[in-house]
Design a protein around this ligand. Structure first.
Ligand code: SF4
Length: 606
């Protein structure tokens, strides 16, 4: 049973740039609710990215936040003045692709420093007994910088770091290198922070094993290792976003703007096998909320903040509970708008249900368009799954965003050839982004480097522009470079990178109200397919009788034997000939014994 404390401990919690400007911090909202639920502390949350955005302008802020590295570069000279020049170079390189004028690096650094100084002078930190930073992607240098400044004025105020960038050996390394950090939470935050508050209040005399401390005596009595005691997601209080809204209206009183609210359906990943992935270092067990509970939380947050736009922070939505959730939320009749990351879904019915429930944008883990490469990545999907997901999302009016990982170690020429062929089939659908493989600390590729031709693991080239050499040499960071087949992979992947650019350009040039590049219109006895091409006039194909029926039947992936069963009048050789012909014309995609028609209905909902 949790020990109850009567202390009036005041806790400050901060989220630094480069969190997305139009969202409150899920971590801050969740921790505040949790520690306040049992009166363990009173938590004030500070979204310090808001005053920074006000200081440099929302447009610049958003551009820099999108880039990630450019944001870290702006804080590097504030922490390590000797890194000013390389950090400036990294800043300009990271924004160079955007095809727009670049802001002046030094001026930006100056404005950020001033905004942090102004925040420090306007905030009475003396009333806090503990101050915490939630540190996720690209928030490391900003958090270290503010922690250092706080320590200068308030040397006795204990500082705690936690978040996805503080797990395992990476967290330990941070703790060992930066004396500003008094405590570090490794893994899940709610219970660890609660116990730390009780420890500081003097209500308990020991810390759980997953809270690092500079006081060796803090771990002297551990009755139970609470790092193994995971919270039940369904029991968590709803996140408290009220302070974000107050800060927003104070800093941007005239901004006509309704934030997107982050929510959490599950923790960890139910698949958790992809060889390039290190997203789950923070979570040890996969857990999820029931669909019903998720509905209640969404309705509560929508009512409280009069917002209808939500983003799921999950690595991948839990499939079964998501079905229940979207079914119930569709019935609630609100015009909701959700973003979620999902694994490839190939059932049209399911995607239509999700769309009716308000799912408008998805990030799908496509990653590769070669079957053997997908196996090397342990993605658990096939090329057919990926192409079907692209088609089904397009047909359900769900915007699909996804990546193709390029330069994956040990890729072969055959896998590149297969990728180039398969790219032809996906041209009609929303283009993917090319994402160059990076070696993530703790990922299976990192742990089994030899299997992926990796001979040596090195500091990431971009981190070399941010951190002094001696510090970087001895630190464990989340991202790495490596020595192996990198140069070879870079050369090998060039044609794919070029083709992805052509794909993106093809869609960029199309007008929003143009019909889908590959669509069909059904005349009941015949079918007309209109197929746009990269060059030249569109092609028109007419399918009659059985050909029409088979094409419509294969609107979702079908096995050849299913088609033969459904259409006994068709012989196997005739079917094979028809499918081969449709595949050559890029109207159907074939993989082993599965087949998918690629054209989408002209009158689909848009
Ligand atoms: S990439 Fe996504 S699906 Fe794969 S293990 Fe990581 S979180 Fe899970």
């Amino acid at each position: 049973m949790p020990i109850k404390t009567t202390s009036e401990l005041r806790l400050g919690l901060a989220a630094m740039p480069w969190s997305i400007f139009n969202r409150p911090s899920l971590q801050l909202g969740a921790l505040k609710s949790y520690v306040e639920r049992n009166d363990d502390a009173r938590a004030d949350t500070f979204h310090i990215y808001l005053p920074v955005a006000a200081a440099i302008g929302i447009d610049w802020y958003s551009r820099i936040a999108r880039s990630g590295w450019a944001g870290e570069a702006l804080f590097a000279p504030l922490l390590f003045p000797e890194m000013k020049d390389p950090a400036g170079n990294l800043f300009y390189e990271s924004l160079a692709d955007e095809n727009a004028p670049l802001p002046d690096f030094e001026e930006m650094v100056g404005r950020i420093e001033e905004s942090c100084t102004a925040w420090l002078s306007a905030t009475d930190l003396g009333k806090y007994r503990l101050f915490g930073f939630s540190v996720c992607f690209f928030q490391l240098l900003p958090s270290l910088y503010l922690a250092r400044r706080i320590k200068k004025t308030w040397p006795d105020l204990p500082i705690v770091f936690g978040g996805s960038s503080c797990s395992g050996a990476v967290g330990l390394s941070l703790f060992n290198h930066f004396p500003e950090i008094d405590y570090l939470v490794d893994g899940e935050g709610e219970e660890a922070l609660t116990r730390l508050c009780r420890f500081i209040a003097g209500d308990v005399d020991s810390l759980p094993a997953n809270v690092r401390s500079r006081q060796p005596s803090a771990h002297k009595v551990i009755s139970k290792d609470i790092s193994t005691e995971k919270v039940i997601l369904g029991d968590l209080p709803y996140p408290d976003y009220a302070p974000y809204f107050e800060e927003m209206s104070r800093l941007f009183p005239r901004l006509p703007f309704i934030p997107t609210l982050p929510v959490e359906f599950s923790r960890g990943c139910w698949w958790n096998k992809c060889t390039f992935c290190n997203l789950n270092l923070q979570w040890q067990n996969y857990r999820l909320k029931q669909g019903e509970r998720m509905v209640e939380e969404i309705l509560h947050l929508a009512r409280t903040h009069e917002s209808l736009r939500f983003t799921f922070a999950d690595n991948a939505l839990p499939p079964h509970e998501a079905d229940l959730f979207f079914d119930r939320i569709a019935a609630a009749g609100l015009d909701l708008d959700f973003f979620a990351e999902i694994r490839a879904i190939t059932e049209p019915k399911r995607l239509r249900l999700y769309r009716r429930g308000g799912l408008r944008t998805v990030q799908v883990g496509i990653e590769a368009l070669s079957s053997s490469l997908l196996k090397k990545m342990a993605k658990g999907t096939t090329v057919m799954d990926s192409i079907a997901a692209l088609k089904m999302c397009s047909e359900s009016a769900i915007l699909l965003e996804g990546n193709l990982i390029t330069e994956f170690p040990t890729t072969t020429e055959e896998e590149i050839a297969e990728t180039l062929i398969n790219l032809e089939y996906v041209f009609p659908f929303s283009p993917l982004q090319a994402a160059i493989f990076f070696l993530g600390y703790g990922s299976p590729v990192h742990n089994r480097a030899g299997q992926f031709s990796i001979r040596a693991i090195l500091p990431h080239a971009k981190n070399r522009k941010l951190l002094p050499k001696d510090l970087l040499q001895s630190m464990t960071m989340l991202m790495h470079d490596y020595r192996g087949d990198r140069r070879y992979q870079h050369r090998l992947w060039q044609p794919v990178t070029e083709k992805i650019k052509v794909w993106q350009e093809f869609h960029r040039q199309r007008k929003k109200n143009q019909p889908h590049p590959l669509h069909y219109m059904d005349g009941r006895t015949f079918l007309i397919i209109r197929q746009e091409r990269r060059t030249g006039a569109p092609l028109l194909h007419r399918l009659r009788g059985l050909s029409r029926k088979i094409y419509l039947f294969c609107g979702e992936p079908r096995k050849s034997e299913e088609i033969l069963q459904a259409f006994p009048a068709v012989t196997a050789p005739a079917l094979a000939k028809f499918l081969a012909d449709m595949s050559t014309k890029l109207l159907m995609f074939l993989e082993n014994d599965r087949v998918l028609s690629l054209a989408v209905r002209h009158d689909r909902e848009v």
